[in-house]
Design a protein around this ligand. Structure first.
Ligand code: BGC
Ligand code: CA
Length: 303
């Protein structure tokens, strides 16, 4: 089977991000961070449902949205974790973070195999990837709704996922140009024993969102790299590069029947007229098939 890349969602996102496959509805959940929107796309009908988050205040952006076991979603928005009731389109604060850094905002987040939501922050950007360094932190929201701050000094908190045995946490702080790993304690959510597992090559761009596959290997979307790279975190070897027709590829997740389709989000924010003319699909969502790899079911927040 050969690899095929299709543009499946033609509605453009300023910063399309955080794709999540919702198995029960067979829909793809994703956000437009600076567009301040949560979208749900149904591949069978090609319909998109959209909810606008927050007020249009700079840096009250929605960094991530994840399904909640009891219904609705949890989002990392601005400097708060909040609950979303999709039916009534209402948002309720769960917890505030980074109280001393009002210009920070949540970026990428994901639910661990025990139902905790991990999400990190970053400073307000002057333009994409240009910002005051070391302002971000990594947080987790536990099922009792308490918040833990794991570490600070992060530039752009980004992709994250867990190994299949739940003993390793993979993490990207974009401006380090690396993929990192920590030992993970699934019973407590604690991180220890940091190490680097992969350093991006110059032409690969900036590491952004990522996901794990059913072989325990990582797929990393490379912002400004127009690609997703497939890496083996055990050997640090890049196994494959999948090129996309847009440069600002932001994140990826497996979905569809059997989790064999790789969905890839993208952004157009920060592109000038000439870039936009060359990349008319910037901001769209793509589907990659024929990879011969599969994802694993999505975790939902259990609080
Ligand atoms: C952030 C963007 C940032 C990009 C590049 C994304 O995860 O949401 O604001 O420009 O990463 O690092
Ligand atoms: Ca991201």
């Amino acid at each position: 089977m050969s690899i095929k890349v299709e543009c499946v969602i033609k509605e453009k996102n300023a910063i399309g991000e955080g794709p999540v496959w919702e198995e029960k509805d067979e829909t793809l959940l994703y956000v437009d961070i600076s567009g301040q929107k949560i979208h749900r796309w149904n591949p069978a009908t090609n319909q998109i449902q959209t909810m606008t988050t927050g007020e249009p205040i700079t840096n009250k952006f929605v960094g991530c949205a994840v399904p909640r076991r009891s219904g609705g979603y949890v989002i990392g928005e601005g400097t708060r974790f909040a609950a979303v009731d999709w039916a009534s389109q209402t948002i309720t604060t769960i917890a505030h973070i980074d109280a001393d850094k009002p210009n920070n905002r949540f970026n990428d987040g994901k639910v661990d195999p025990a139902g905790r939501l991990f999400a990190g922050t970053m400073a307000l950007e002057e333009r994409p990837a240009v910002l005051e360094p070391k302002q971000g932190s990594l947080f987790s929201l536990h099922t009792d709704l308490s918040v833990v701050k794991h570490f600070s000094q992060v530039d752009i908190s980004n992709g994250l996922d867990w190994s299949l045995d739940h003993r390793t946490f993979y993490y990207i702080d974009s401006l380090t140009y690396t993929v990192e790993a920590f030992d993970y304690d699934i019973n407590t959510g604690a991180l220890s024993n940091w190490r680097m597992v992969y350093r991006l090559e110059q032409d690969e761009g900036v590491p952004d969102g990522m996901c794990i596959d059913s072989d325990g290997r990582l797929w990393v979307a490379c912002y400004n790299g127009g690609r997703v790279i497939h890496i083996d975190p055990h050997t640090g070897v890049r196994l494959q590069t999948v090129k996309l027709p847009v440069q600002k590829t932001t994140s990826c997740c497996f979905g569809g029947r059997n989790y064999s389709d790789l969905y890839v989000t993208s952004a157009y924010l920060g592109m000038d007229e000439s870039d936009l003319a060359k990349q008319p699909q910037a901001g769209c969502v793509f589907k990659v098939t024929g990879l011969g790899a599969k994802g694993i079911p999505t975790n939902s927040f259990a609080g």
